[in-house]
Design a protein around this ligand. Structure first.
Ligand code: GFP
Length: 829
């Protein structure tokens, strides 16, 4: 310790590090230095991967001074900050984002050119960290970008999965999952700190003991692992700030048992190591089977326990008065995955810090807030009491006590209304005794928010109405947003330039300024240039898809895009029925092919490995695609393109090229959507239901610039209540019948009627997400899309208005809303 003090007092310890010179020559020098000294190769013998790694290290070096300075600044200020707890961060590639943030893109491009290197070739080397399943993980990545850009004192905590979301391939049109070895060629953006590992315990038992006359509980765990932090830079855009994302990796406490190894039982010797490392091995796929559930709970506890301890021991000043914690930190729970943090926090305060229960609970209730991302009941996590008791026995006790006291308070307010008590209990008895994590989060959280107006309203009034009554004012809304840095500036540089030319700089951090484009929508010359950008983006996409998958987007086609996780509620199936209907019209001769608007339908979607119906739908999309694309009667006017392995990198190419954005979930099921925002901001028109953030998009862009169809949420409810029989829709709608019959006939499965039979009967006899009920309205609206697309100039005008009026959907605005409504943190440090 005395050694440390001496170093800390040394005059050099406080001297600021400085960034290397931001000149082309300076960059060349740094790059070559990294190539030589970090990669250990001369330029002449370097591989593209060496050059990419050296480039990444060089960019890091430029960011380093700011990062160290910001860490020091945040430590010293000790002002209130946000700890964002998320099991997922779907970051996308880092190189371009970090170059952009640090204004180094041009310098780096020129510097590499001087070395005879095309920076584009190096961009291709980067494997994106796919540490998330879809919208939820991508949202977390947008949020940390905005927090850094807005200089909000904050840290993101999560898991450094060794394998992210699987790499999707298609074999005979069916999804086959490959492991995503994103770390295998090196990971230049991370800083591991094994010396700062935390010990995280599991299982065992609890006991009470006498602590100087006070009876206390303690947990005697049975095994533990080490949580090793890996730090990532999160640079703000052009503001010189660099925040931190800290992801935890699990390693064994003792690598292996040498005695057992020496005795020859090698497998047994490394068993503990394998067991420990499994915890951060793979990202858990959503909607999967119960197997691995225990591992999932281990992951959740692992990362939140490490994060809380990290905050308390490393971020907080040593002599910090714990009573003041609410003035210093708010833990934002990104969905239910991190909710086990609540009893962990209580355990630390009560058992370890020996705080009085009531005081600890009062603090806890101010230090957490919870964001819900769904309305599907099956997606609200529950943990069986049995599993919790085995893995986290002390936490289960704490949850029981929280529940007991909560229900007591409910009784005090509402009397012995047993029905209400049962409905509100954190611990449910049916179908098995289990803990409802969303309820725990709601009881513990200072605030609970949904992610779009409609979602927050349904959450408050339909999913958790009793809680809303009990805690007036606890429920709030923060509509999601997306970062304009990645999804306009990086993804659509030509549009960004056009906007800057029209509006001047500054809109990237003040997206409401896009409003200024409204008047430009009336300018024919601007429209022509806007249309040219869209056309250029389509050509770029064509080049990318050709190189990537041998797929193409023909000139002159409307680009109709549906990209998102494959889930029945999102209704990719409705899109398939539209395609099949168009196709059936042509081959039956009822529609003259010359009257068909040429369209390319692009799909991008991964199905959770255990989700059988979703996988069948993927198979069907591919099957329909291969038949339709190959049929000469179609004359190339319908073209289905389904590149495998949709990810952030591909999204950045697809979205800027899109004409039509498909947001067609059943009303009341999509919490928000964020893809919908990215498309509107890139000048695609939306065809969508009155669901999630679509509602707000339509309000802002205007009915004339949005294709609305389908039932509203109350209509959906009413139809359920009266009894929904999908086959009736099939019977009475001739087009629908023809489309479904064509699928059932085996037309897309080489004459085999069994292949897609489960999909067909699911539609006819179950159809939970009411595809058939919305079919007619969808097809009719698609007719209007065709008609509108016929007037290209008017379409472009609408597209510009979509961009102009979507500035609200910046994640910067979301962050401001969180700060005002939930966090109450100072805006900057
Ligand atoms: C989930 C919800 C979306 C929502 C995101 C972010 O994402 O409606 O926009 O979380 O809040 F479903 P996915 O799992 O659908 O990707």
């Amino acid at each position: 310790a005395s050694g440390r003090t001496q170093i800390a007092d040394h005059p050099l310890a406080l001297a600021p590090v400085s960034a290397p010179a931001s000149s082309v020559d300076g960059f060349v020098r740094e790059f070559l230095k990294n190539l030589n000294f970090t990669q250990g190769v001369p330029l002449s013998a370097s591989s593209p991967n060496d050059r990419y790694l050296a480039l990444a290290h060089t960019v890091r070096d430029y960011l380093m001074a700011r990062w160290l300075e910001d860490q020091r600044g945040q430590r010293e200020a000790q002002s209130k900050g946000v700890a964002y707890l998320s099991a997922e961060y779907l970051l996308g590639r880092q190189l371009d984002n970090n170059l952009l943030a640090s204004r180094l893109t041009d310098v780096a491009t020129e510097a590499l050119a001087k070395c005879g290197i095309d920076i584009d070739d190096l961009r291709q080397q980067e494997v994106e960290p796919g540490l998330g399943n879809g919208g939820l993980g991508r949202l977390a990545a947008c949020f940390i970008d905005s927090l850094a850009t807005m200089s909000v004192p904050s840290i993101g905590y999560g898991i450094r999965y060794e394998y992210g979301i699987f790499r999707q391939t298609f074999v005979d049109g069916q999804q086959v999952e490959q492991p995503d070895a994103w770390l295998s060629l090196g990971s230049p953006w991370e800083f591991p700190h094994p010396e700062a590992a935390q010990t995280i315990s599991f299982a065992g038992h609890t006991e009470t003991y006498d602590d100087d006359g006070v009876e206390r509980s303690r947990w005697i765990p049975a095994w533990n692992v080490q949580a090793v932090p890996y730090n990532y830079m999160v640079p703000g855009y052009h503001n010189g700030r660099v925040n931190t994302l800290r992801l935890w990796r699990s390693v064994a406490t003792n690598a292996f048992d040498l005695r057992i190894f020496n005795s020859g039982d090698y497998e047994e010797a490394v068993r503990a190591q394998i067991f420990a490392e499994n915890i951060s091995k793979v990202l858990y796929p959503e909607d999967s089977t119960p197997q691995g559930k225990e591992l999932r709970l281990q992951q959740q506890y692992f990362f939140v326990a490490a994060s809380i301890r990290d905050f308390l021991t490393n971020v907080l000043a040593e002599d910090f008065d714990l009573e003041k914690l609410p003035e210093r930190i708010i833990f934002q729970l990104n969905d239910t995955h991190p909710v086990i943090a609540v009893p962990e926090f209580m355990r630390v305060l009560v058992d370890e810090k020996k705080m009085d229960w009531d005081a600890a609970w009062a603090i806890t209730q101010q230090c957490f807030a919870y964001t819900c991302h769904t309305l599907l009941p099956e997606a609200l996590e529950v943990w069986s009491v049995d599993l919790l008791g085995r893995l986290l026995p002390r936490h289960l006790e704490i949850i029981y006590r929280i529940n007991d006291e909560f229900l007591l308070a409910v009784r005090e307010r509402f009397g012995d209304d047993e029905m209400r008590i049962r409905n509100m209990s954190i611990v449910s008895d049916f179908p098995e005794r289990s803990v409802r994590m969303a309820y725990l989060a709601t009881v513990a959280g200072a605030k609970v928010n949904g992610v779009a107006e409609l979602h927050s309203q349904l959450l408050r009034d339909k999913v958790l109405p009793d809680f809303n009554e009990f805690y007036p004012g606890k429920f709030t809304n923060v509509t999601n947003g997306v970062t304009p840095r990645r999804f306009i500036r990086l993804a659509n540089p030509q549009l960004a330039d056009l906007i800057t030319e029209a509006l001047g700089a500054g809109w990237t951090v003040d997206l409401e300024r896009l409003r200024g484009l409204e008047s430009f929508a009336e300018d024919p010359e601007f429209r022509a240039r806007f249309a040219e950008v869209k056309a250029a983006n389509k050509r770029t996409l064509n080049t990318v898809l050709l190189a990537r998958d041998g797929l193409s987007v023909p000139d002159g086609h409307m680009l109709d895009v549906m990209v998102k996780r494959l889930h029945e509620y999102k209704r990719q199936m409705l899109k398939v029925l539209h395609i099949v209907t168009s196709y059936e019209g042509i081959i039956s001769g009822r529609v003259d092919v010359k009257d068909v608007t040429p369209r390319t339908f692009i799909f991008g979607a991964k199905a959770a490995p255990g989700y059988v119906m979703a996988k069948r739908i993927i198979h069907l999309i591919n099957a329909v695609g291969s038949v339709v694309n190959a049929d000469p009667r179609v004359e190339g006017r319908l073209n289905v393109v389904f590149p495998p392995n949709y990810n952030v990198t591909l999204a950045e190419r697809v979205i800027p090229a899109a004409d039509l954005s498909e947001q067609i979930s059943l009303a009341g099921k999509e919490a928000s959507g964020t893809g919908n925002m990215k498309f509107a901001l890139n000048g695609a028109l939306t065809i969508g239901t009155d669901d999630g953030a679509n509602v707000e998009i339509r309000e802002l862009v205007g009915d004339d610039n949005f294709f609305l169809f389908g039932m509203t949420e109350p209509e959906v409810e009413a139809l359920w209540a009266e009894g929904y029989r999908p086959s009736e829709f099939y019977q009475k709608d001739e087009d629908l019948r023809r489309a479904i019959d064509l699928i059932a006939s085996g037309a897309f499965s080489g004459g085999d009627r069994t292949t897609f039979e489960p999909v067909v009967s699911n539609l006819l006899y179950d159809d939970r997400f009411m595809v058939l009920a919305d079919y007619a309205s969808y097809i009719a609206e698609q007719g209007k899309v065709d008609a509108a697309y016929g007037d290209q100039d008017a379409w472009t005008r609408s597209a510009i208005l979509n961009v102009a009026r979507s500035g609200y959907f910046s994640s910067d605005r979301s962050m401001r809303d969180y700060i005002q409504r939930i966090w109450h943190t100072p805006p900057a440090y």
